[in-house]
Design a protein around this ligand. Structure first.
Ligand code: PLP
Length: 525
């Protein structure tokens, strides 16, 4: 493809992308293809001679479109959003054009320097404590995903504690042996509702994993007491906690762990690296009304959030900050002669290869820079406030029908988690007395332990009905919702943080929930 063919092809592609966005709301959000749908649509191998762009482009509609789940659709209220916006797509385009696996500063100084500046801007936007800024001993780096961010800091934490135990020993086999013995004792901790990536990181880092309870009685939050208890329990068994993954906005319910109280635990156990995973809800720190949540981070070691969830930047861009950048470089820097250069040797530049798992890296700062400049702080805050308000609206609709629904969690960060009552107006059966002040008169029912026969029967029926409603809505094709189960309670999650979210879609999904729930309950009568 030469330049003039590229001009023509890219114009046609952009036109098609714009058309796609303009018609997103009217497309069924979920793909209906069956597994294996694609192979029969394609030849057995690549073409012997090259094809024209129009021939290739026509297969987007024929081959690809039927198999897409439309994450950008305003009817996508599942998981957490994976936002994409036009300025961020432009960033991707330039990044592809300038492709350079810019692992060292020298490989493309702009890639490194823009990343450092943009991460400092973001640290300011999120009101992160000063210790995370690059002007001190900390700094930020863009990782591909929250999962990568967590495994990266876990390895840094592992090496930090091993060095603290063995750093004084003379190099040699004896030291190596002692380091191995220390590593074998290590255990990483994560909250009961921390994302599975914390446990996965422990598997990758070759350490044990233990879960810190976060029961519904604590609002699914890790408390200082439960963390302290778990650390002590591990120590009493001769295993050494060295990492704790806290969460700001758990995947199940958007719960926020007890950060302020955990500061004292961090001080009592300085060998435990405390990381805050705020993959989704961290975006809310751009709003002054949420910034108090970040103040305790000064006592913790690292923090990450995904620009590619709620922050208008397309996948992939997970921003990670550490308080001591040396912890990363001490663990991850290995410099064979072919990577040496005078700038790296001078110590005056950042080589982000030492802050991550891969060597090469993409120019991701560009798309974040474009998004920040296009929307400005005002635009980003307006998007966050609008989607939070839509979540509150949806929640108010749900609690307006206590005969049909019970809110188990939320509204929190544009997420509401609900169940369908097993029979109309039967919500409080077998449950505790409901306080009149509760916004949802049925909510207290779910604080029960469901231990009596009546309670467990109630829960079993509620689960059956909720699951049926959930499955019918998703198979209807108009909306895509996801579910989760906590302490045996099957729930439906509705998230309104999509960049295209609007009141009419939230009102409509509520209407569909009501119609479906009424249909299912009537059939059971
Ligand atoms: N952490 C939390 C709280 C999440 O909700 C998710 C995904 O939804 C992740 C981590 C994983 O994110 P990633 O796909 O960027 O690894």
């Amino acid at each position: 493809m030469n330049s003039s063919q590229f001009r023509e092809a890219s114009h046609a592609a952009i036109e098609e992308i714009i058309q796609y966005y303009d018609t997103l709301a009217s497309r069924p959000v979920l793909s209906t293809v069956s597994p294996g749908y694609l192979r029969p649509l394609l030849p057995n191998g690549p073409p012997q001679t090259g094809e024209s762009w129009p021939a290739i482009q026509s297969d987007i509609e024929r081959v690809i479109m039927p198999g897409l789940t439309h994450w950008q659709s305003p009817n996508f209220m599942a998981f957490f959003p994976a936002s994409s916006t036009f300025p961020s797509m432009l960033g991707e385009m330039y990044s592809a054009a300038f492709t350079a696996p810019a692992f060292n500063w020298l490989c493309s100084p702009a890639v490194t320097e823009l990343e450092t500046v943009v991460l400092d801007w973001l640290a300011g936007l999120f009101a992160l404590p000063e210790c995370f800024l690059s002007k001190g001993e900390g700094g930020g780096v863009i990782q591909g995903s929250a999962s990568e961010a967590v495994v990266t800091v876990m390895v840094a934490a592992r090496e930090r504690i091993v060095q603290r135990r063995c750093g004084h020993l003379e190099e040699g086999e004896e030291k190596e042996q002692k380091m191995g013995e220390e590593r074998i004792k290590l255990v990483a901790l994560g909250g009961e509702h921390s994302h599975s990536s914390v446990q996965k990181a422990a598997n990758i880092a070759g350490v044990r994993f233990r879960s810190v309870p976060a029961p519904k009685s604590s609002g699914f939050r890790v408390t200082a007491q439960s963390l302290r208890q778990k650390i002590e329990e591990c120590k009493s068994k001769g295993i050494e906690p060295f990492f704790m993954g806290l969460t700001l906005g758990t995947t199940n319910t958007c719960a926020v762990d007890e950060f302020e109280e955990i500061v004292a635990v961090a001080k009592d156990y300085p060998d435990v690296w405390i990381h805050v995973d705020a993959a989704y809800a961290g975006a809310a720190l751009a709003l002054p009304e949420y910034q108090h949540l970040a103040a305790p981070f000064a006592a913790f070691d690292s923090f990450n959030t995904n620009m590619h969830k709620w922050l208008l930047t397309n996948f992939d861009a997970s921003v990670l900050w550490v308080k001591q950048r040396r912890s990363l470089t001490d663990a991850l820097s290995i410099t064979p002669s072919y990577l040496r250069n005078e700038f790296s040797d001078s110590g005056l530049v950042t080589d982000y290869r030492d802050w991550q798992i891969p060597l090469g890296r993409r120019f991701r700062a560009l798309k974040i820079w474009f998004v920040l400049r296009t929307y400005g702080v005002d635009g980003i805050q307006a998007h966050l406030r609008n989607t939070i308000k839509l979540g509150e609206l949806f929640h108010s609709l749900v609690v307006s029908r206590p005969d049909l629904f019970t809110v188990v969690a939320g509204p929190a960060f544009a997420l509401t988690v609900l169940t369908v009552n097993p029979e109309k107006r039967g919500a409080a059966k077998g449950a505790r007395v409901t306080p009149a002040s509760s916004p949802d008169p049925n909510h207290e029912a779910y604080l029960n332990d469901f231990t009596s026969d009546a309670e467990s029967q109630y829960l079993a029926n509620a689960n059956t009905v909720t699951k049926e409603v959930y499955e019918r809505i998703n198979s209807g094709g108009e909306f895509f919702l996801t579910s989760t189960t906590m302490e045996g309670i099957f729930t439906i999650r509705v998230v309104s943080a999509n960049p295209m979210a609007e009141e009419k879609y939230l009102r409509r999904v509520f209407e569909v929930l009501v119609e479906t729930a009424e249909g299912v309950l009537t059939e059971r009568e």
